[in-house]
Design a protein around this ligand. Structure first.
Ligand SMILES: Nc1ncnc2c1ncn2[C@@H]1O[C@H](COP(=O)(O)OP(=O)(O)OP(=O)(O)O)[C@@H](O)[C@H]1O
Ligand SMILES: [Mg+2]
Length: 340
């Protein structure tokens, strides 16, 4: 599918007019030309050669695990760890897509992803090991825990009707835990969607903080991405304020995680994978129904989290977690009747 993002005559990133077809679950990146001096580049596409078999004399690439809008992730064997007899010398390794390396912000985005993820130490957040540059092929890369399991988008393909309450809760509670923790540490993820959440052998993992942002004063030396020059989002999960170029807040993540939870509960995206602004224009929120497997008292919390207006989306990840932990004690819970 074609990228709906292009530049208007002012050089601003804009989205094409609403269409009914569902957009792909890929992150779109939009760059606008900079008039300011550009940050130092570690890499340029001119110096970029094909991926070698071994990176930084240490990581042997074995196979591609997945690719997204920004990078490709490979399974690799850490030859040094292997030499020392490590019984599990495997890692995952993320490099930037060659197209993306063209951007002056590219290596800063990758470094920011590494730094934000490392800052979050939580059982349900992916663990990163290191940030490296292979000087011979001019590529920066992150090494991280190799997750073995299924991302939620793949899991949803196998479970088109959604999950029963018990299974749903086993994913939703750790996911909301991870999000509440990140927000409490002052970090917003910025691109929550099923393909950035893994149900691994070791439990739920939230990953891909490439579009994440830390609050003012946190990790202050880290280059902050300028959303005037760089904008990115995944159409079906980006809240209206993100599409309308307002600043990213914890509530932006709340909208996205609510879409994911609704999808897990019903097998369907709440707004047919339309962008939130298209769904808002069509008043699709009025037609939302409680997914059948969801206990009624969870619904007001989920519905609040799905509000298009950030001001009305007045719920935190911790409050959502509480509603899903003990639905009967949720203050807005009470008894609501399903409309059928
Ligand atoms: N540590 C890991 N272990 C195993 N598989 C992984 C790991 N990290 C990423 N993957 C796989 O690679 C895919 C792409 O990774 P990632 O989301 O980091 O790339 P991206 O280019 O930032 O994607 P996006 O389109 O969301 O921007 C994931 O959806 C997942 O299937
Ligand atoms: Mg991703």
């Amino acid at each position: 599918m074609t990228n709906p993002v292009h530049s208007n005559p002012d050089g601003q990133a804009v989205i094409d007019s609403p269409r009914d077809e569902p957009p792909a679950d890929l992150t779109y990146f939009a760059f606008t030309p900079s008039e300011k001096p550009e940050p130092a580049r570690v890499l340029t596409s001119a110096g970029l050669s094909a991926m070698p078999d071994i990176l930084a004399n240490r990581y042997r690439i074995e196979r591609l695990l997945g690719a997204g809008g920004m990078g490709a992730v490979y399974r690799a064997r850490d030859l040094l760890a292997e030499q020392y007899g490590d019984p599990d010398p495997y890692v995952a390794l993320k490099v930037l897509n060659p197209d993306f390396v063209e951007s002056p912000d590219a290596s800063a985005v990758l470094y920011s992803e590494f730094c934000l993820t490392r800052y979050l130490r939580h059982d349900n957040v992916l663990r990163v090991h290191g940030f490296h540059v292979d000087t011979s092929c001019q590529r920066a890369f992150i090494t991280m825990e190799l997750m073995r399991g299924l991302t939620l988008d793949k899991m949803l393909c196998e479970r088109p009707l959604g999950l029963p309450w018990k299974e749903l809760r086993e994913i939703v509670l750790p996911l909301l835990d991870a999000l509440a923790y990140a927000h409490a540490r002052g970090v917003v993820h910025g691109d929550i969607k099923p393909s950035n959440i893994m149900l691994s052998e070791e439990g739920v993992r939230l990953f891909d903080f490439g579009l994440g942002q830390a609050e003012e004063g946190i990790l202050s030396g880290l280059p902050h991405l300028s959303r005037e020059r760089f904008n990115a989002w995944t159409p079906g999960y980006a809240a209206p304020e993100l599409l309308e170029h307002h600043s990213l807040t914890a509530r932006t993540d709340i909208y996205a995680v609510a879409c994911v939870i609704y999808e897990l509960a019903s097998g369907k995206h709440p707004f047919r994978h339309l962008t939130s602004t298209q769904a808002r224009d069509k008043h699709l929120d009025c037609g939302l129904r409680v997914p059948a497997c969801l206990p009624n008292p969870c619904w007001p919390a989920l519905q609040t989290a799905l509000a298009f207006d950030a001001g009305a989306r007045a719920i935190t990840a911790g409050q959502m977690r509480h509603a899903f932990t003990s639905p009967s004690s949720w203050p807005w819970g009470g008894k609501i009747r399903k409309p059928w």
